[in-house]
Design a protein around this ligand. Structure first.
Ligand SMILES: [Zn+2]
Length: 299
């Protein structure tokens, strides 16, 4: 993946190879940009994260940058950046932030209409950001709904008095005589799907589709169709993974090494298999995911 940097609002993530030269080079480019644009980074608020590198190199990099070394998992706005769905505890900062806003408002004196407006503009402002970025647990969204509902009816974040109108009703459009509040569960699903779509379809998407020979030929490039590994069949995605005798032998051997006795499946079936493994935190399943990614990369 040719990913060098990511930006969100005024935050910047830079990626480099884990050696001193690469890091120095990218940092000097960044410093030049900073000098030219006048945009200054808060280095004392920045952190450097390093993985899979010997300790002496880590020390060298940290010393040359003069930036604090952070520890994994990387936390962004108090939330760990992981590939897994966030647990309830990990989402706690969201709930705490929501409650803190309500507590800090001199809003206890607000009228009902004022509270409704505050819920719409401030509380949902926080959640729209969270919902766009993470797949949240239903329990978390229920808790946020409960806090909003309680604040709306009582002016406080605690309280279990049932409102005369259900939250679902409030989420209905104004044309139905309701307030068009966002239903977080639906919103979260839609926002995350929007991200998935952008990642895979937009021009600056993060990954490029594998340029197999059948694809290159469809772009009218004058090349041979035959697979570079077995030289027998046409090179297509399904052929490479793992109909091809060469690739098939590699994946079967890797599976055997993992203690899994089965032949190669079709690409779609293998994807389903590895997707299931990747959802687990068991070491043996993690090994399977890593082995699959490495094999596909190597082939
Ligand atoms: Zn082949």
């Amino acid at each position: 993946m040719d990913l060098t940097h990511m930006m969100f609002a005024d935050d910047l993530l830079l990626f480099a190879r884990g050696d001193s030269d690469s890091v120095t080079f990218i940092f000097s480019a960044f410093s030049k940009l900073s000098a030219a644009s006048g945009l200054q980074a808060y280095l004392h608020k920045s952190e450097v994260y390093i993985a899979g590198v010997p300790t002496d190199v880590v020390d060298q990099i940290v010393e040359s940058l003069g930036i604090i070394k952070g520890s994994f998992p990387v936390k962004y706005l108090g939330v760990p950046l992981t590939t897994r769905k966030l647990s309830y505890t990990e989402c706690k900062p969201l709930i705490e932030k929501t409650v803190a806003r309500i507590k800090s408002w001199s809003a206890r004196l607000l009228s009902y209409a004022g509270r409704l407006q505050l819920i719409k503009s401030v509380l949902f402002g926080i959640q729209l950001y969270w919902c766009q970025t993470f797949v949240l647990q239903k329990k978390v969204m229920k808790e946020v709904h409960r806090i909003c509902r309680s604040f709306l009816w009582t002016g406080s974040e605690v309280g279990s008095r049932k409102g005369p109108v259900s939250w679902e009703q409030w989420c209905l459009p104004k044309s139905n005589g309701r307030w068009n509040l966002k239903d977080l569960t639906i919103w979260n699903k839609a926002a995350v799907m929007k991200h998935c779509w952008a990642l895979s379809m937009k021009q600056d998407r993060l990954w490029n589709r594998l340029a197999t020979k059948d694809r290159l030929i469809s772009w009218n490039l004058p090349i041979q169709r035959s697979c570079g590994l077995c030289q027998v069949h046409d090179e297509t995605l399904c052929h490479l993974f793992f109909e091809c005798s060469y690739a098939n032998e590699i994946w079967t051997a890797v599976l055997q090494e993992l203690g899994i006795v089965r032949g190669c499946l079709s690409w779609q079936e293998e994807l389903r298999w590895v997707a299931k493994k990747s959802r687990s935190t068991r070491l043996s399943n993690i090994k399977c995911s890593v082995a699959f990614i490495e094999t596909v990369y190597a082939v």
